[in-house]
Each structure stands twice: as C-alpha cells, then as structure tokens.
Design a protein around this ligand. Structure first.
Ligand code: F0G
Length: 363
C-alpha cells in the first residue's frame, strides 16, 4: 500500500526536499508538525530589555508530543525498506508515537518500557494504538540496550533516535521556527533526555543557515532534571531519578551530538530540580493556558532559574543581550501525565445544585 497525503500537511509533505525521501517512500503521516509558535508577553516581560519570548507548542502533534515529527519519517522509511515490525525503548512518548504510526502503516509495534515509570496517558496510548507493551524490570537505558540487542538478531526495525531518520524528521521544527520568525532566534531552550531533540534542532538550524534561509543559528540551551543529568555532570548516571519521567535517562544515546550542538552554538547544558519543574509547569498552565507534561516544563524552569539573581553564580545560561529573541520548545501535552497534576490540584468546592449556594461559595 502506498500512502500519499491529501494536502501539504504533515512533516514529510511539507519538508520533503530537505528529508531523505524519494518517490518510492510512502508517506505514513497523521498531519503532524506545523505546531503553533506562541508569543508570550509575560515571559518576554520577565526577561525584559526588549527581549521577545516564544513557545513552540509541540504537545499539539497528533500523539501529543514532538516525537511524531521523527516517527513519520522513521516509519515511512521502515515501510519503504519492507519492515513488518518495529521496536523501541521509551519513557512513554516515543512508544506512543511509534505505536500510532505503526498502526497507521498496518505493521506490528513492540515497545519496551521501564516498569512503573511511564505516565499513565502514554501507557494508555500504546495499548490503544495496539502495540505489544513489554514492561521491563529496569530503566530506560536498560530498555534501549535491549532494543539494540534485539535489533541485531531479529527482523525488526529500531525506531529509537539511534535511527537517523528520527532526527531528520525532528529537525523540521527548526525550519518552522525560522520560517515563522523570518530568521533563527538568538537562543533556543529545551529539555534534554536522550538528547536527540537538541541534536535535531541544531541540525535543522545549521542546515537552513547554510542554505541562506537564516542569518545565524541560535545558541542551544538544554535543561536536564537534576537527578538525571549525565551531560551536565559529564558522567553516566546509573540510577537516574526525576518526577519528569520522560527525561529520566542516565546514558543518552545522542550524547555526543548534543555536546557538539552546545559547544558549536556557544550554548549550555544546565539543570533544574523537580520542584522547579513542577512550579514552571503550573506557572505555564495558569498564566499562559499552555498545559505541558513535567519534562516539557524543564526549559521554562530553566529560564526562571536563569533570571533569578540569587542563582546567578550557579547558572550556565549565558547573558541574554538586549532585544534577543528566545524560543523555548515545550515538548509534550500535559494530559499525558494526569497523575502529577492530581497531586498539584487544589480541592474542589462541593455545592448543592442551586445558584445562590454556588455564588455564596465563590465569594
Ligand atoms: N520531553 C519529552 C516530553 C520527552 O518525551 C522527551 C524524551 C524529551 C523531552 C527529551 O527529548 O530525548 O530528545 O532529549 N522522550 C523519550 C521517549 C526518551 O522515550 O519518549 P530527547
């Protein structure tokens, strides 16, 4: 079956000239990408000195995270190459995307997840999209090692970001930002887990810079959770831990690419605590109406940390020059992880079904 899109929506249809696809490639797409770049007057004001702050809202992709951009390319290429099954390790979002695109393509999907450490929304997605869900007694790094081992002996395509098509698809978010802003921003801020996304953005920014579509590439600033910060500490973390389960990773696959992105862009990798992550998540939802999962708030938490004069000595975020444009990617939708919200929620106001009783309780 050869899939062709009805319109130019979807990452491959929109950006095919910059992607490793050909006439023989089916487009397995759910119209992903083209996500909103939302200007934030409140964050712009917080940064101050004429800076403008934008949020790239990747939670609005079809399965609720940026992973769809890479998965449309990885699954399309797997189909082109004749694969009948795909496998990935995941902290939840990659597995949701793999399961959805495999379902669309009509092939088998196997996902290896760290038992007990997947947000419920993501687990629900893998089941509903019909994946074979294996929960291993180990963490994400163990799951990825096992996926590599299985891929060596079994006829199954690996769709983790060690598959180069994934980063190719993910780089298109940088293209969209350049197209929308008319140039690259001065800073690009984002959470870092397995380190594929920071590498993909850097690839996309460099590519458009080299093609003359942008006058520069931004400084790449990545934030890891303080309990899962191998790149920051420059050592593998054996037992990573954080409430932001999506980035609970101790040995990132794209470590070297990410380090190169940070070094070559004159950027930085910094850390934020779980407390800072949860507080940024709540701030973003209640001040901007943008509800993201905890990991996705790491970049926003990082901005707050960087603006706090009391933290000046420890921060790695460079000085932000006057008039800078800053883009922060928020990577996944808040509804993915309802349990974390439950703990943060206030209590409901019980009331009888009577107008005056309700109004009395609201004063
Ligand atoms: N934010 C979210 C919501 C994620 O799911 C991930 C990674 C990241 C940020 C970090 O991106 O790995 O490219 O540095 N999730 C992977 C997964 C590991 O399995 O879904 P990265």
């Amino acid at each position: 079956m050869i899939f062709r899109p009805l319109n130019d929506r979807g990452v491959i249809a929109r950006w095919q000239q910059y992607l490793p696809v050909s006439d023989a490639t089916p487009f397995v797409s759910l119209n992903e990408g083209s996500t909103p770049l939302i200007h934030s007057p409140k964050l712009s004001a917080k940064v101050g000195r004429g800076c403008e702050f934008y949020i790239k809202y990747e939670g609005l992709n079809p399965t609720g995270s940026f992973k769809d951009r890479g998965m449309t390319v990885a699954i399309s290429k797997a189909i082109e190459e004749g694969a009948e099954a795909v496998i990935c390790a995941s902290t939840g979002n990659t597995s949701a995307a793999a399961a959805a695109y495999a379902a669309r393509a009509g092939i088998t999907c196997v996902v290896l997840l760290p038992a007990g450490k997947i947000a419920f929304g993501k687990l629900a997605q893998a089941f509903m999209y019909g994946a074979k869900v294996v929960a291993i007694d180990g963490n994400f790094d163990d799951a990825l090692r096992l996926v590599r081992e299985i891929g060596e002996t079994e006829p199954i395509a690996i769709v983790n970001s060690i598959n180069p098509y994934r980063l190719q698809g993910q780089k298109t978010a940088a293209f969209e930002i350049i197209e929308e802003l008319g140039d690259a921003p001065d800073f690009h801020v984002l959470p870092v887990g397995n380190a594929g996304n920071i590498s993909a953005y850097w690839m996309g920014y460099q590519e458009f810079h080299q093609l003359g579509k942008a006058s520069r590439a931004p400084r790449m600033i990545g934030f890891q959770a303080s309990g899962s910060a191998p790149i920051f500490h420059n050592k593998v973390i054996e037992n990573p831990d954080t409430i932001a389960t999506a980035i609970r990773i101790g040995n990132p696959a794209s470590w070297e690419y990410a380090t190169a992105a940070v070094t070559n862009s004159n950027g930085a990798i910094d850390i934020v605590t779980d407390e800072e992550i949860l507080s940024a998540q709540m701030w973003l939802a209640s001040n901007e109406g943008i509800y993201v999962e905890p990991a996705s708030a790491a970049g926003i938490a990082g901005i707050f940390k960087s603006l706090d004069p009391a933290r000046a000595a420890e921060r790695r975020f460079p000085e932000i020059p006057e008039g800078s444009r800053i883009v922060c990617t928020v990577t996944g939708h808040g509804l993915k992880d309802p349990d974390v919200a439950k703990e943060q929620c206030g209590s409901v106001i019980p009331a009888p079904a009577e107008k005056n009783e309700i109004l009395r309780r609201l004063t």
